[in-house]
Design a protein around this ligand. Structure first.
Ligand code: 13P
Length: 264
């Protein structure tokens, strides 16, 4: 298994000057040779270049928040995987719940994005997670353990199986899964250790089925209201190989403290 991973998803925040300053602060705080965990900064497209140049020479990687499922052509407003690689990205987030639920992204589009990203040399962070209604429905059926588990795992199973469908076994090392329960994103309601453990364990088993012998090497991140106050507990959960951080990655102090907690 590779190093633990801390990914800061800035979403639609920070103008270029703020992004340059902020990424510089993180790079300076970590120093050139930081290697206790892998840090990835994921600014909006407009700030990729300034962040990329500010973190060059550090061990921090650059990532993008989205990608289009074709390499070039008449797709006004979209950005392709080769363009992201050209802009210095090593990583791309695919299937974030805000894209699935606010922008209507489908499992099929997500499969295309994963496939094209990997074939263009990017590492893909596939986001999966259940909605509040899906979790509540599973809880309502908790008198029957098997039904509860089936209902709870079903959205995650569909999202992962569909997204990874076209990958071959060799490409497994370019995939990271981020479990982000939709109800925990930006709400301050993070999942409990038990809730995280149950889903991460399930994802691990599913990956072992999809990639026999290799599924254990895929890192599984947790995301959803990760902050300095809960990072230690989250990282102590088995099968949590890092975190995908939204709001708390926008403050140098809290993001640096999260990185240090993960890196140890
Ligand atoms: P918050 O950490 O703000 O809940 O966001 C999580 C997230 O969506 C990261 O991709």
């Amino acid at each position: 298994m590779d190093k633990k991973l801390v990914v800061g998803n800035w979403k639609m925040n920070l103008l270029r000057e703020e992004a340059r300053e902020f990424s510089g602060t993180i790079a300076d705080l970590l120093g050139e040779d930081y290697d206790a965990c892998q840090v990835v900064l994921v600014p909006p497209y407009t700030a990729l270049e300034v962040v990329g140049s500010r973190i060059s020479g550090s061990t921090i990687d650059l990532g993008a928040q989205n990608v289009f499922g074709e390499t070039s052509g008449a797709f006004t407003g979209e950005v392709s995987a080769p363009m992201l690689a050209d802009a210095g990205c090593k990583w791309v987030i695919v299937g974030h719940s805000e894209r699935r639920h606010i922008l209507g992204e489908t499992d099929e589009q997500i499969r295309e994005k994963i496939s094209i990203s990997i074939s263009c040399g990017l590492k893909a962070i596939l986001c999966v997670g259940e909605t509040e209604a899906q979790r509540e429905e599973a809880i309502r059926r908790s008198e029957d353990v098997l039904t509860r588990k089936k209902l709870l795992f079903s959205p995650i199973k569909t999202q992962i199986e569909s997204a990874l469908d076209s990958l071959d076994q060799k490409q497994v090392s370019d995939i990271v899964i981020a479990y982000e329960p939709v109800w925990a994103i930006g709400t301050g309601k993070n999942a409990t250790s038990l809730e995280i453990a149950e889903i991460h364990q399930y994802i691990r088993e599913l990956l072992a089925e999809i990639f026999p012998g290799l599924g254990n090497n895929v890192r599984i991140l947790y995301g959803g209201s990760v902050k300095t106050g809960n990072i230690v507990e989250i990282m102590s959960v088995e099968e949590v190989d890092g975190v995908l951080v939204g709001g708390a990655s926008l403050s140098a102090d809290s993001f640096f403290r999260i990185i240090n907690s993960v890196g140890g």
